[in-house]
Design a protein around this ligand. Structure first.
Ligand code: ACO
Length: 431
């Protein structure tokens, strides 16, 4: 019978070691024993960008990047997007199981009653400049919540963690909507408890002078589905940031602010904004071949935004669902003229050797921006719309870490390649 272990011979010393394999992994600490002599620190593994290192065990979401599978707590994303709601999915991610009827009602009530944000927070937000980027406003305002809820720092208390989770999911939509209204110079709109999570968000984003905002059901459902698709995605850059900050036992709002900051970058949650800017720059289907040539030659570091993924080496299942939904949305909003460029780009890229060889397929962001744009959102708000549902995954993963006794403060190692032990040189002697 084969043994679940790895035999390693250190050719520097001739010594052999047997390292256990569990769940398809070896423990990095097990190679520390491999040393030249007693003074040697021991072998490290070098993994810039953590491309082949698992830092946690998790049961929140599962990805098979080669097959293009995404599951939340074991449920395929396709089924949740077809049959579920965003808040039901949020319950699943946070609690681990789908809610029964009473649990769902209580959960919805709990979150709905946390959508209100203190007036001080509103005043604080009003202090931003008229042209502040809404993502910058979101980062700082969410971080500032720790000053309003000081009990949040009792992170070892499970009930405190759940309370902050409900609060964060409730309030992030309101803060996001207010950041958007701020950029328009419009008054902030208070939440409406009669509406669904997505319906209320649309209310806070779009309501003008009407007494009661009635969301369009197709748009409301589309938002809900987009939120389901963006709710979690295992150990990406922002989830890793959330966990790293949380590992020092900082309060969750400080950790959330860090996670949102990580999401902000164009290689992560900022990609849907970058996709629209790219499509606008391409301008017409005729310019696509030249653009693709630029991407392939690496000229000016141009990339096909919305394509490629560290984990998916197949079509991102979320991209397929978003693409399907786009048609339904466009029936209400009118067709986004950039869609033709996107479809043609995808067609050409999927047939091109460069993209095939590198297994570059559309990711979730390739089509989501087109939908948001057709709904009337400016590109600056796209990453904010990503951060709202992802708050669920961040909070679920942050809380999960407290149940894992192996988790300690995150403290990677480095391979130092700089100078050593130099004598201080006085200013007059420096060249
Ligand atoms: N366009 C052109 N070439 C690409 C692209 C792209 N979008 N993505 C990767 N490549 C190429 C790289 O140039 C590299 O080629 P090489 O081997 O000849 O040097 C190869 O494919 C591997 O790329 P890496 O950068 O090593 O892949 P990595 O896993 O680090 O990057 C990432 C993943 C950041 C998503 C990358 O594919 C990318 O920049 N995509 C565009 C931005 C984007 O859409 N981000 C959203 C990700 S999904 C999300 O966060 C929700």
């Amino acid at each position: 019978m084969s043994k679940e272990s790895l035999s390693i011979t250190d050719n520097r010393t001739g010594k052999s070691y047997e390292i256990d394999i569990k769940d398809g992994a070896i423990r990095a600490m097990d190679i520390r024993q491999i040393a030249i002599d007693e003074d040697d620190f021991g072998l490290l593994s070098y993994d810039p960008s953590l491309g082949n290192t698992a830092t946690v065990t998790s049961s929140v979401s599962f990805i098979d990047g080669d097959k293009g599978i995404l599951e939340y707590r074991g449920y395929p994303i396709e089924q949740l997007a077809e049959k579920g709601t965003f808040l039901e999915t949020a319950y699943l991610l946070v609690h681990g199981e789908l809610p029964n009827k009473d649990q769902l009602e209580n959960w919805e009530t709990d979150i709905t009653h946390r959508t209100m944000v203190l007036e001080n927070v509103k005043k604080f937000m009003e202090g931003f400049r008229y042209d502040a980027h809404p993502m910058g406003m979101l980062v700082s305002t969410v971080g500032a919540l720790s000053t309003f809820y000081p009990e949040a720092k009792n992170v070892q208390d499970e009930s405190v963690r759940l309370e902050q989770t409900i609060r964060a999911i409730g309030k992030v939509g309101t803060i996001a909507a207010w950041a958007y209204r701020h950029t328009l110079g419009y008054p902030y709109i208070y939440p409406d408890n009669d509406l669904s999570y997505s319906g209320n968000l649309l209310n806070m984003l779009f309501r003008m002078v009407e007494d009661k905002y009635i969301p369009n059901p197709v748009i409301e459902r589309a938002m809900d589905v987009l939120f389901i698709l963006h709710a979690d995605h295992e150990q990406n850059a922002s989830a890793n940031t959330m966990r790293a900050i949380g590992s020092s036992l900082a309060d969750p709002y400080s950790a959330l602010a860090g996670a949102i900051g990580s999401l902000y970058g164009p290689l992560h949650g900022g990609a849907n904004e970058a996709v629209i800017r790219m499509l606008e720059e391409i301008e017409s289907v005729d310019n696509i071949p030249k653009f693709i040539e630029n991407v392939k030659s690496g000229a000016d570091g141009v990339r096909l935004m919305g394509f490629g993924h560290r984990v998916y080496k197949n079509y991102d299942p979320r991209a397929r669902l978003v693409k399907e939904m786009a048609d339904k949305v466009f029936e209400v909003t009118g067709r986004n003229p950039l869609l033709d460029i996107a479809l043609e780009l995808e067609r050409i890229a999927l047939e091109d050797e460069y993209f095939i060889e590198r297994k570059l397929y559309p990711n979730v962001d390739f089509y989501s921006g087109l939908i948001y744009q057709a709904m009337g959102f400016p590109v600056e708000i796209f990453p904010v719309l990503f951060a709202i549902p992802r708050t669920v995954g961040w909070m679920a993963q942050w809380s999960e870490a407290f149940g894992d006794r192996e988790q300690r403060i995150v403290r990677p190692r480095q391979l130092y390649v700089g100078e050593r032990q130099r004598d201080y040189v006085s200013m007059k002697d420096r060249s």
